[in-house]
Design a protein around this ligand. Structure first.
Ligand code: GDP
Ligand code: MG
Length: 166
């Protein structure tokens, strides 16, 4: 199984930490898919049964200002070139403006979106369910997976969940 996954999420939620944990190999552009030349490939995860290529999505990391029509188009194009989207949030923070910006974009694409709740090592387990309910009310995620990218908790499980959709 193989596929392209876009990673989106506010700054500091742990995207790079996640990448460092799962990526065994840095790759350059290696596909002739048009989208891969437009998007930044961050790395590839490989094991015996799957190869998952994570890409950055330009235009989705700058939530400082309201998106212009052009920026929306760029971001939509980036998301349309992937098989699924991984939306990472910080378990310590509730739903915020930066998330709203991203969810508005996700609403315009027809792709499976996975909510990854990172940094669960920093919260009390009782606080997880309310957070899940809050995000569930905002968007219809395919799956919601709590992880700790730093400690590695549940990361393998998430890779398996992803692979089921590829
Ligand atoms: P990015 O901006 O989304 O790429 O976030 P980074 O990967 O740079 O992480 C931002 C900060 O959060 C760093 O100090 C990381 O060490 C920390 N961090 C990332 N993942 C976790 C996690 O699962 N648990 C904890 N406690 N800290 C984390
Ligand atoms: Mg980063």
């Amino acid at each position: 199984k193989s596929g392209f996954i876009a990673i989106v999420g506010r700054p500091n939620v742990g995207k790079s930490t996640f990448m460092n944990r799962v990526i065994g190999q840095k790759i350059a552009i290696m596909s002739d898919k048009a989208q891969t030349t437009r998007n930044k490939i961050q790395g590839v995860y490989t094991d015996n049964e799957k190869q998952i290529i994570f890409i950055d999505t330009p235009g989705i990391h700058k939530p400082k200002h309201k998106l212009g029509d052009f920026m929306v188009k760029v971001a939509e194009n980036a998301l349309n070139g992937v098989d699924a989207v991984m939306f990472m949030i910080n378990a310590e923070e509730g739903y915020g403006k930066g998330d709203q910006y991203i969810i508005e974009l996700l609403q315009s694409i027809q792709k499976p979106v996975f909510l990854v709740i990172n940094k669960i090592d920093l919260i009390h387990p009782d606080d997880l369910l309310p957070l899940i309910e809050e995000y569930k009310s905002k968007y219809s995620f395919k799956e919601i997976v709590p992880i700790s990218a730093l400690e590695g908790n549940n990361v393998d499980h998430f890779m398996n969940v992803l692979a089921e959709y590829l």
